[in-house]
Design a protein around this ligand. Structure first.
Ligand code: ITT
Length: 209
């Protein structure tokens, strides 16, 4: 099975590849097929994930999987949220977004720096699929006062995970891909696929139904 990975974010592509590696399907990033990125006009993670999956599926005429995700900071009332990629402006780099976040939190004490990453995954079998599969996952942490670490992408250098006493950019990618918001959402997708496989392996399922 071929499935289009509807993201232009290289950090996400790396993580998807690692997390979905055991699956018997070929995941092809949309850039390989020259599929353009749609405008993210949704107001929620769900709307944007679905919009990205449908747009890629329409272009490629194949099933597609998309991820809409972001960082929600408690003392900023959930900002930057769905606007995480564009927090410091439409063409902002990861570093500019991180700097803006640190600036907003300047002087904010530790207990108020709680935050979480959230990820919504949408899967469509074709672009008009009226029963898309949706999965979500979250990862709790705190916003550090300075960036640390070289791994990951986006806000990872300032996302401090108390359980590991370091930032998401300091933990090994293999570990991040087991415990992150994206890993949790994709685990559900993998479980769903296994269920479909189990059903497919029952030869007389149509008769029994
Ligand atoms: P696509 O829409 O093409 O997938 P994008 O980067 O625009 O790429 P989003 O609209 O979903 O993706 O924005 C997600 C932003 O949230 C992303 O750019 C990061 O800044 C941040 N983010 C999401 N997951 C993250 C992670 O695992 N680590 C660090 N930052 C993350």
């Amino acid at each position: 099975m071929h499935i289009i990975l509807a993201t232009g974010n290289r950090g996400k592509i790396r993580e998807f590849r690692q997390i979905l590696e055991p699956l018997p399907c070929i995941v092809r990033p949309m850039s390989e097929l020259g599929i353009p990125e749609p405008e993210e006009t949704g107001l929620t993670f769900e709307e944007n994930a679905l919009l990205k999956a449908r747009a890629a599926s329409r272009h490629a005429n194949l099933p597609a999987i998309a991820d809409d995700s972001g960082l929600l900071v408690d003392c900023l009332q959930g900002a930057p949220g769905v606007y995480s990629a564009r927090y410091a402006g439409n063409d902002a780099t990861d570093q500019q977004n991180v700097q803006k976040l640190l600036h907003e939190l300047n002087g904010v004490e530790k207990p108020l720096r709680n935050a979480r990453f959230h990820c919504v995954i949408a899967v469509v079998r074709h672009f008009e699929d009226d029963q898309p599969l949706m999965f979500s996952g979250s990862w709790e942490g705190e916003i550090a006062t300075l960036p640390s670490g070289e791994n990951g992408f986006g806000y990872d250098p300032v996302f401090y995970v108390p359980e590991y006493r370091c930032t998401a950019a300091q933990i090994e990618p293999e570990l991040k891909n087991k415990v992150s918001h994206r890993a949790r959402a994709l685990e559900q997708f993998k479980a769903e696929l296994r269920q479909i496989d189990v059903l497919a392996s029952i030869p007389d399922r149509k008769i029994r139904a």
